[in-house]
Design a protein around this ligand. Structure first.
Ligand SMILES: Cc1ncc(COP(=O)(O)O)c(C=O)c1O
Length: 389
């Protein structure tokens, strides 16, 4: 028999509880919903569903997203105020292409989403970190960085931020800081890229208002995604921004050549939204992931040694664990994997290389496996502390 071709990005190793991957549990991916929506799209749209698509995405999806935003976020947006992307990642790459040039400064939170750093490194920009604490990006640190850059004759072009259910820390940017951030951006001609992919996965109360939604005139580009709330393999997300900013994305050469990205999948997502299937699915996900968060948080409290700490997040996929003094996450990883558990070391998320934290994801396993993962991590930390030096 021939081996099956590799199909998915991250292979799970037998015997290892993989808490490094921030992706939906395959058991929670809505195969039936996507199957019925895809069949209906082909039946109803025929060849138009698989021809080159319009540059900014199918109008049906742009309209469905605009309707959902008005209902859930209280912000009226025209369907032309939505650009359909190939997920948040493609949108970030396109934004960097369109809005930055060689040597431009891009600001990020420290820590930030590790793979966004990879996308940025594909562009000839200088990445500079700004501190983040338990209430999100530290506005005073941003202000000081902007002033320092200005006195060095440099201009920060863009800030990439995850103000809602941050990856990796799970924090939400505190309300007053949101206002200060918007004021600083306006004052310093700074474009804010608001990565908002976890908005739907709010477990305790509604997610805070998006930066983009707070002020229609603000220089904010908000990135939404169906990767976490529906299915990442569809590669469908969207962008909201002021018309002048969207017009610049819409003029990108790549859209001349290929038309709108993920056209067929975007038509499928439109149908999932308008049929009500998406809403029912998201409600299911919220219940499932909230219970997993509680299971992992509870087990970590029981098993982590003194000196470790974390704050359980109100949404998203992640718990960011501060390790006992002196323990470096990358050095702990081999011991953890010997104990049958894995995690993402903190240094991959920190533009300054700090490695005193690790990131655990509670999205991929059920409650029982998560609790076992926490037990193994605690055992690995104790074994690591006993090792000869
Ligand atoms: C903060 C953040 N942004 C973007 C992504 C990727 O999103 P997409 O699949 O829409 O490209 C992830 C996935 O882990 C993420 O955590």
């Amino acid at each position: 028999m021939t081996e099956p071709l590799p199909l998915t990005q991250n292979a799970l190793r037998p015997g290892v509880i993989e808490l490094a991957y921030g992706e939906p549990d395959p058991a929670l991916l809505p195969v039936d919903l996507v199957e019925s929506a895809a069949a209906r799209v082909l039946r109803e749209l025929g060849p138009g569903a698989i021809a080159y698509g319009t540059r900014s995405g199918p109008l049906g999806l742009r309209r469905a997203i605009a309707t959902r935003i008005a209902a859930r976020e209280g912000r009226e947006v025209a369907e032309t105020g939505v650009y359909v992307s190939g997920g948040s990642s493609q949108a970030l790459d396109l934004i960097l292409t369109v809005f930055t040039g060689p040597g431009d400064v891009v600001l990020v939170e420290t820590p930030t989403y590790n793979l966004a750093l990879g996308t940025m490194r594909d562009h000839p920009v200088e990445i500079i970190g700004v501190a983040l604490d338990g209430e999100g990006l530290v506005a005073a640190a941003l202000e000081a960085t902007l002033a320092r850059l200005r006195s060095a004759g440099k201009h920060a072009r863009l800030l990439y931020t995850i103000p809602t259910f941050h990856n990796p820390t799970g924090t939400c940017l505190e309300g007053e800081r949101r206002g200060r951030l918007l004021a600083l951006a306006a004052h310093h001609d700074l474009l804010i890229v608001e990565d908002d992919v976890y908005r739907e996965l709010a477990y305790d109360e509604a997610a805070p208002q998006a930066l983009w939604a707070a002020d229609p005139a603000a220089p904010v580009i908000r990135l939404g995604s169906f990767s976490k709330s529906l299915a990442p393999g569809l590669r469908v997300g969207w962008v909201n921004a002021r018309p002048d900013l969207l017009a610049r994305l819409d003029a990108a050469g790549v859209l001349d050549s290929g038309g709108g990205v993920s056209h067929f999948a975007a038509c499928v997502v439109a149908l999932a939204l308008t049929s009500g299937g998406y809403d029912a699915h998201v409600s299911r996900l919220r219940r499932a992931y909230a219970s997993r968060r509680d299971a992992l948080g509870g087990a970590l409290r029981a098993h982590l040694p003194a000196g470790s700490s974390f704050a359980a997040p109100a949404g998203g996929f992640f718990i960011w664990v501060k390790l006992p003094g002196g323990v470096r996450a990358a050095e702990l990883l081999p011991a953890a994997e010997e104990h049958g558990v894995s995690f993402a070391p903190g240094r991959g998320f920190c533009s300054d290389g700090d490695d005193g934290h690790l990131r655990l994801s509670f999205s991929l396993y059920d409650e029982e496996r998560l609790a076992e993962g926490a037990r193994r991590l605690g055992a690995a930390l104790r074994a690591h502390a006993r090792r000869p030096r």
